[in-house]
Design a protein around this ligand. Structure first.
Ligand code: SF4
Length: 278
């Protein structure tokens, strides 16, 4: 089937099932699962000792091309920590030359040669989403490890100084829930506006033993690709199978169609409210 034929089939499925308002046309790519941190609430079960499970540059290029053909509007790179990878700059350059691209990072590694390489590929399509859980170290480090708040803030400041757009995502936890106003004040002092800040609840997934239950019935689907297959949503760990849509990554159109059909099937069984979560 050609790309145009694929797109027609998907648009037909969208119209048939009236799911276009619920399927987020955002593509998530898990570049890797290893990380320089080992946060106790990590849904991806990442850590320095986690297996890499790398997606690879050629797969990323093909996924971006197919996503464009399918009408996806934005791509998000996540992990693990993507900036562990030497090929992340080529991945981001390829994607951001073609569509709005956001990379999720803890920002702790973004200095020296890594920052230089980022500056070399800077463009208006490329933005960063950095995790920051507090206006003070204790509100962030409780789940992410001692010293991580300071290094994250330093990374944010370096990115801002180079002119990059930086968005902040925060996880609301028992350690910071009483201090979110303080977090907002601090975040604004970093030059990051309200519309570029997301606060989400803890999810009981991966390493996290607390938080809300999330799954196919409660999450608006956002097509997510790892080296192990295509998933319903990025809030997923490598060991999860309940949100696995397809073990076959290519062609991406098949998994997208399967998600749309699953949306229709689930809604026929139960009229449940879903949340965007990311
Ligand atoms: S939450 Fe993010 S920074 Fe923390 S271990 Fe997981 S991937 Fe790494």
């Amino acid at each position: 089937m050609t790309a145009c034929a694929n797109q027609s089939a998907i648009q037909a499925a969208v119209q048939e099932h009236n799911v276009s308002s619920r399927l987020q046309w955002k593509l998530w790519l898990y570049t890797n699962f290893d990380c320089n941190l080992s946060c106790s609430y990590c849904v991806a079960e990442s850590s320095p000792s986690a297996a890499r499970r790398g997606l690879g540059l050629e797969n990323v290029r093909r996924l971006v091309d197919e996503a464009l053909d399918l009408g996806f509007q934005r791509v998000f790179f996540t992990g693990g920590e993507p900036f562990i990878l030497s090929e992340i700059y080529d991945m981001l350059a390829y994607a951001s030359a073609r569509m709005p691209t956001t990379v999720l990072t803890n920002a702790m590694l973004l200095r020296g040669q890594r920052l230089d390489k980022l500056c070399a590929i800077a463009n208006q399509n490329l933005s960063f989403q950095v995790s920051l859980d507090g206006g003070r170290p204790e509100h962030h480090d409780a789940y992410r490890g001692n010293g991580s708040w300071l290094k994250a803030v330093e990374g944010i400041r370096r990115l801002k100084a180079e002119g990059f757009r930086v968005l902040i995502s925060s996880t609301e936890t028992p350690a910071n829930t009483a201090f979110l106003d303080e977090l907002h004040v601090f975040r604004r002092s970093l030059g990051i506006p309200d519309e570029d800040h997301f606060v989400r609840p803890l999810a009981r997934r991966g390493f996290s033993q607390e938080g809300i239950e999330v799954g196919v019935n409660t999450l608006i689907p956002e097509v997510t690709v790892t080296i192990n297959g295509v998933y319903w949503h990025p809030v997923v760990s490598p060991s999860d199978t309940d949100m696995l849509v397809s073990k076959q990554i290519f062609p991406l159109a098949n998994a997208v169609r399967a998600i749309e059909q699953q949306v229709a099937a689930v809604e026929n069984q139960a009229n449940m409210a879903r949340t965007e979560f990311t």
